[in-house]
Design a protein around this ligand. Sequence first.
Ligand code: FAD
Length: 440
Amino acid sequence: VVGGDAAGLSAAAEARRGDESLEIVVLERGPVLSYAACGLPYWLGGEVGALSDLIGFDEETLWRRRRIRARTGTEAVAVDPGEGVVRTAGGERIPYDACVVATGARPRLPAVPGLDTPGVMALRDVPSAERLAARLPSARPARVLLVGSGPIGLEVSEALCRRGVTVDLIESAPRLVPALAPDVAAPVAAALAAGCATARCGTTLAGFAPLPGGRVEAVVDGAAAGYDAVLLGTGVEPNAEIAADAGCLLGAGGAVAADRHGRTSVEGVWAAGDCATAWHRVTGRDVWIPLATTANRQGRVAGRDITGRAALFPGVLGSWVSETFGLGFGATGLDVDAAADAGFAPTSITRTGRDRSGYMPDAREVVVRLVWDAPTGRLLGGQTAGGQTVAGRLHALSVAVAAGLTVEDLAGVDLGYVPPLSALRDPLQLAAAAAVGDAA
Ligand SMILES: Cc1cc2nc3c(=O)[nH]c(=O)nc-3n(C[C@H](O)[C@H](O)[C@H](O)COP(=O)(O)OP(=O)(O)OC[C@H]3O[C@@H](n4cnc5c(N)ncnc54)[C@H](O)[C@@H]3O)c2cc1C
């Protein structure tokens, strides 16, 4: 297994469950295995006490509990399917019968000069989180530039603000959170504005240069400013080279094309996680949507398939959820453009409701957007923002989309109600009812 995090270790653990006799070796080029990258913003913000809390297994525990031999600090430089060996940077040749490429993704960097300036970084793993934390001085208020208003950038904004850091967030798109439709993104932008971060849209980043004292100069919209660190949240791209060099075909997003068993186009080589494509449950097409949930599920499928057990990846909807300054937001399935591109005749509706009875002191406004196929009524996706109950609402919507329900079905589902926890008609149901002309 090449890559010792979510996808790689899920594949290794599932293969072990399927065959006690296998010899399983995991190569990880970084210093740490099995880390929860998703938890890094919460360590930075002080909610998670120790980085070690984010680490599932070290090499010794993995061996003791699962009989999986993991080797950190070991980079695979080539997979040679002809000889059935993986070559390492140290010159070793490790023979395999089955090889899982689970090499993840790396930050996609903006095309500006000065990216190698010390202090310009992306948050991806444990060492990068430590490097960022080390750049935040305790003697004076630190100042950080965050580039990009994706979910991770917004999570980190809040985390740094919790530490008393001054955060400047810039977004090259004309509005914040471009991953969401404008009416769903609006409350997220408002939450950010009410938090400590200053945010600007439509900005042009010219580049970075070192300043005395180890600080970084960033030039944005023609004006230079000094920062203790610059964090690039400009997306990721798949680490697909090692598989491509082995002859594996690439697919959506330049990721390794993997079928629903996790198999690549090369016999004996599987791929899973952020480096691989995934089958989209609504469109039936291969997509590249790197997420921890997908990495875990795809890894398990590959591990089952390797050990000869029936395994068919059930597919993705690209469901994600995030939170910043107390406001949850997220999406599942297709938005209008993607739905039209997939051959549907989509239409959408956005409605606002309360997450619990309006007379309860903690009631919060929630925005729900639904997208469905106009001729059939089939739900294709949706987005929501507001309060802290969005995960449950998105889960329900994901299940509805996966099950092929129509907006009418959703309008009629039987949900539970108690004033402090839910509304008599959930905003999800209000939106669905409005979609079928039953807005009362
Ligand atoms: C800050 C942050 C927050 C996130 N929050 C969320 C979230 O809330 N929800 C969500 O769903 N997703 C989230 N994600 C995304 C999620 O972390 C990834 O989708 C997930 O980690 C992918 O797992 P993976 O195993 O495919 O890849 P990775 O976790 O990237 O692991 C791949 C591993 O392979 C190793 N490797 C690469 N090449 C080689 C080589 N040649 N030889 C040996 N080792 C190699 C790398 O060092 C790495 O450890 C977040 C990511 C970050 C960075």
